[in-house]
Design a protein around this ligand. Structure first.
Ligand SMILES: NC(=O)C1=CN([C@@H]2O[C@H](COP(=O)(O)OP(=O)(O)OC[C@H]3O[C@@H](n4cnc5c(N)ncnc54)[C@H](O)[C@@H]3O)[C@@H](O)[C@H]2O)C=CC1
Ligand SMILES: CC/C=C\C[C@H](O)C(=O)/C=C/C=C/C=C\C=C\[C@@H](O)C/C=C\CCC(=O)O
Length: 137
């Protein structure tokens, strides 16, 4: 921000923070992970306010990916509280929710870069276009 800000002679820009759809709803299998993502989303909404972006010319935006086919989905044990039933519960959840291809994150990100206002949060899931996430819904 220090170097991007127009206040300091920078050119402005866009910061995209990666949250998760787990930031929007209680998520018992990964409570600490979900809480940190809620913080990322909330921080982006606040720091993206025109109070800051109006002067700096730097937009701050968050994205909430849904389940996406990457390595992190194989590392659930590293992120959950210790309980042998947690991995089972997570795997059951995964059978009920579609996992999107990584490519859709790239497509959705371009859509967000083109149209998102500073302070907005966007969900990208299920191989669908990016959709603005309103809070409260
Ligand atoms: N894959 C999914 O279903 C979802 C992923 N996300 C978020 O997307 C982002 C990217 O994750 P993925 O590509 O899915 O996972 P990934 O496991 O494929 O990639 C995560 C990368 O972060 C790196 N990393 C981990 N800890 C680090 C550290 N302390 N310092 C520097 N690098 C570190 C790892 O080496 C790895 O390259 C993460 O913030 C994740 O929480 C959000 C929602 C859903
Ligand atoms: C490190 C943890 C591994 C993956 C988390 C992943 O990166 C992530 O952020 C996204 C998860 C997305 C989940 C998508 C589906 C949500 C479905 C809801 O209908 C289910 C709601 C609650 C589930 C309760 C639970 O499993 O804890």
């Amino acid at each position: 921000m220090k170097y991007m800000s127009k206040v300091n002679g920078g050119r402005g820009g866009i910061i995209i923070n990666t949250a998760s759809i787990t930031s929007e709803t209680p998520f018992p299998t990964i409570p600490i992970y979900a809480a940190t993502k809620a913080a990322v989303s909330h921080f982006s909404r606040s720091f993206g306010d025109p109070l800051y972006s109006g002067k700096s010319g730097v937009k701050v935006i968050a994205i909430n990916p849904g389940l996406t086919d990457t390595q992190i989905l194989k590392n659930i044990a590293d992120y959950s509280l210790y309980d042998p039933d947690v991995k089972v519960a997570f795997d059951v959840m995964r059978t009920k929710v579609p996992t999107q291809k990584v490519n859709n994150m790239g497509v959705g990100l371009l859509q967000v870069l083109e149209k998102a206002e500073s302070g907005s949060v966007w969900t990208i899931e299920n191989d669908q276009p990016a959709k603005r996430c309103l809070n409260p819904a």
